[in-house]
Design a protein around this ligand. Sequence first.
Ligand code: AMP
Length: 398
Amino acid sequence: MKALVLTTGSVLGVLGGGQLGSMFTMAACRLGYHVAVWDPDPEAPAHRVATHSFPVPFTDQHILARFAELVSVVTYEWENIPAELCRALEQRKPVRPSSAVLSVIQDRLEQKGFLASNGFPVPPFAGLTDPDQLSTSIRQVGYPALCKTATAGYDGKGQWRIPRESDVREVERAILESARPGMRWIVESLVPFERELSILVVRGADGQSCTYPLAENEHDEGILRTTMVPAQGSSVVAEQAAVLARQVVDRLEGVGVFCLELFQLPGGELLINEIAPRPHNSGHYTLDACSVSQFEQQVRTTSGMPLGEVRLLSPAVMVNLIGDDAAILMKGEGCRTLLNIPGAVLHLYGKPAIRPRRKMGHVTFLGETLSLALGHAKQFRDGLANGPILSAWEPVRH
Ligand code: AMP
């Protein structure tokens, strides 16, 4: 890989301008860079903070030429951007992580195949090219199973649970209804995990890498709800996760920030659920709780600077603000109360409209101890669940 070190004032390009692109842009600006954001949605949050903004479709060839001319290097904020766009840009400027890495990751079947063929632990899986292959494919992995679209699924979208054989027909119909030509699916054994964990890996172009502490996640209907760090439990598991994560990203020859989502089985064994080739929602705590955030690491690895320190400065619990959570928070004294809590850091993404299941922001609760941070986060979540009661909220005392 060609060495690349940019000077401040260079323009970094980012494909995708959601909250991840926006946090990348802010981290880049802090280091003196300019950022060009390309996202078809004119209301995408990163356009607000970009130096150069391209709210045009990813298929626009004229903009492709202009964007490639303007930027020194390109990264992306999520894996569902067109791989052919990355390949075209890569002809002109370095793309990090590379389009080859993106192609492996953005298709669940390719990704699981890559992991399994390299001996990395994954849940049993099988592929299908037609919904009528569902029952045959599940026979290879067993019941209960989960069917996912091979591409373009996220936050639990494009997923169907199949608890037992008698559910196959109904799920087959549901899949058929949403099927489009050329689509493929993956079925996986629904594993009885004890905990969901994630770990961030940062890897530079020189092959040096480092991992953040292991984080423990809780999901609700497929969407990340909270992350707590450090994950509780055995340090052996944390060490295994770190080794596994570095091996996977080494094998991929990935340059950038990666996140491995893991299942911990009751015996302690770890299985890889998926890899994200970018900063991850479960790593947002790094903005407030670590010496260098995952977004600054993305800037550093993209621009060829040294990797940053990954030290956790404080235990942290991150709570996502999803859909109406943002409205509940803004009601009455909710926001004021939250901002008065020691260690509570609010991030709102500036999305113009609240929609169900849409990530509107997050709150990081920092605490001298994890239990203090957990106590604040729990009260906050209870407040969100029970309506506008945050004004009556009694903060945990130090
Ligand atoms: P994904 O979009 O693949 O990250 O899946 C979203 C969520 O669905 C995960 O965080 C898990 O809670 C659950 N899930 C996904 N795959 C499996 C699996 N093979 N077994 C059990 N739960 C799963």
